[in-house]
Ligand binder design. Structure first.
Ligand SMILES: NC(=O)c1ccc[n+]([C@@H]2O[C@H](COP(=O)([O-])OP(=O)(O)OC[C@H]3O[C@@H](n4cnc5c(N)ncnc54)[C@H](OP(=O)(O)O)[C@@H]3O)[C@@H](O)[C@H]2O)c1
Length: 235
């Protein structure tokens, strides 16, 4: 299977790419800035390509997909993982930051789905897994743009699932829980404390567990339009 994992130079995406690699799949390690990290991840996978593209730029996304098709002929699994966060109170947030966040976190998955799904329609199969967040369901103070983007991904997932089910393309969303990746570490101490307090098992999420779940989900048949919460915080 050919797997495209967006934002897999580090953090959760890296663990997802390595998990698919360990299962013997061909993996596209996608990144925006961190070429060295992406190439290092790719070097740990037997059949892989590291490719740069800004998720919010449809031309760059299309040219990435063209390169993958030229080499491997199609894409079977798309994981929309790339994302950023910006912490600011709603009344202080800049329009520029809001636009950049929505462009990456919501338009990015929209762009990747539009570039990849036509291949899956021809193949009559495929899995699209979108990474959302508990913030998209509960909202978080200081994260209005991020929460909006992650709520949007859930709507995008359900709409795409309804449109693509007739082509046997499964589309699901995953809420990974609070992970100590670069993004998780960069959040303020209060956010980490709150996440731990709300966790019934008093621990952060392990990206390896999330990656294993995503690999498992990509092997299932007939599950689509669902949102999987891999968290011990109750919604
Ligand atoms: N960490 C958490 O606690 C948490 C909780 C819930 C949900 N999530 C979600 O999980 C996903 C992964 O998060 P993470 O914690 O692993 O983040 P991370 O460590 O900050 O990694 C972000 C990844 O996204 C890529 N990226 C950022 N902007 C991009 C753009 N415009 N175009 C293409 N790639 C871009 C980065 O590429 P470069 O390395 O090249 O910059 C990097 O590979 C995100 O969608 C995040 O919202 C995270």
């Amino acid at each position: 299977m050919v797997c495209l994992i967006t934002g897999s130079s580090r953090g959760l995406g890296k663990e997802i790419a390595l998990a698919f690699g360990r299962r013997g799949h061909q993996v596209v390690v996608h990144y925006k800035e961190r070429k060295e990290e992406a190439e290092d991840v790719a070097s740990q996978i037997k059949e892989s390509m590291a490719i740069k593209a800004d998720a919010g730029n449809i031309e760059e996304v299309k040219s990435l997909v063209d390169r993958v098709v030229q080499r491997w002929g199609g894409i079977d699994i798309l994981v929309n993982n790339a994302g950023i966060t910006k912490e600011e109170l709603l009344l202080k947030a800049s329009e520029k930051d809001f636009d950049e966040l929505i462009n990456t976190n919501l338009k990015g998955p929209f762009n990747f789905i539009r570039a990849v799904a036509p291949l899956m329609v021809i193949q009559k199969s495929g899995h699209i897994i979108n990474i959302s967040s508990i913030a998209g369901v509960q909202g978080k103070a200081g994260l209005s743009a991020y929460s909006s983007s992650k709520a949007g991904i859930i709507g995008l997932t359900m709409s795409a699932a309804k449109e693509f089910s007739e082509h046997s393309i499964m589309v699901n969303a995953v809420l990974p829980g609070y992970m100590l990746t670069d993004m998780g570490i960069a959040s303020n101490e209060k956010a980490k404390e709150l996440a731990l307090n709300d966790s019934l098992v008093k621990s952060f999420s392990d990206p390896n567990n999330v990656a294993d779940f995503i690999c498992y989900l990509s092997e299932t048949k007939g599950i689509t339009g669902q949102v999987f919460n891999l968290d011990s915080r109750i919604l």
